[in-house]
Design a protein around this ligand. Structure first.
Ligand SMILES: [Zn+2]
Length: 213
């Protein structure tokens, strides 16, 4: 009976012209067997974020993009530095293939104040090496690592560094549909190693307050 009622409903409304032609085809459940429809697209929860406008082309990856689900903020714990210096440091001291982060934001010492340097890990969309110890290494697999030059146990980021960080994070949030709840300071990463990174004087709550969603 219910199936007939549904068909009758659709017929009446179809004839009355209440179903515009540009709407996707209606999916009709089989009420007799309660079988789920087979043609429904899989939906994942998404967040709606405002567009950030144009960004530098260097921010765009040159390889197939990973399914990033988090953003992780670090400090270099040094007064000076840039992507090249950290790259050398991670190769020589850690034996890695190169810098572990996806982006570095300078403080005016070895790169511009607020200058954003995307690294080879970002361009090639490789697994990161910046937030170890998590189950399944999820934070390096799915988390975008951003490092600000500075030791924020002793000082605070510059105004330009924070402006650049905010712009970059907004862009990444929008592109990968990353909600604010998935933007972590390194020390906050669920299941991660014990650390005070990105420094005791870097307030993640204050930073997140400037972000959408
Ligand atoms: Zn860190």
């Amino acid at each position: 009976m219910r199936k007939i009622a549904v068909l009758l409903f659709l017929t009446i409304f179809g004839l009355a012209g209440c179903a515009p032609e540009d709407q996707p085809p209606r999916i009709v459940y089989d009420y007799e067997t309660k079988a789920p429809p087979t043609s429904l697209p899989t939906t994942k929860p998404t967040v709606s974020l405002p567009s950030t406008g144009p960004v530098p082309s260097s921010w765009m990856p040159s390889h197939t993009e990973r399914a990033w689900s988090a953003i992780i903020i670090h400090h270099s714990a040094t007064d000076e530095g840039n992507a090249t210096i950290i790259d050398k440091w991670h190769r020589e001291n850690n034996g890695w293939n190169g810098i572990g982060y996806d982006f570095v934001i300078g403080n005016g010492t070895n790169s511009g104040d607020g200058e954003i340097e995307p690294t080879y890990r970002w361009r090639e969309q490789l697994t990161g090496a910046h937030a170890g110890g998590t189950p399944g290494n999820w934070a390096n697999e799915e988390g975008i690592g951003i490092c600000l030059i500075g030791d924020f146990n002793r000082s605070v980021p510059s105004k330009r560094q924070m402006e650049s960080l905010t712009k970059l994070v907004r862009f990444l949030q929008q592109r990968y549909r990353i909600p604010k709840s998935r933007i972590y300071g390194h020390r906050e990463v669920p299941g991660g190693h014990d650390t005070d990174c990105p420094g005791k004087r870097f307030s993640m709550n204050r930073f997140r307050a400037n972000l959408s969603n």
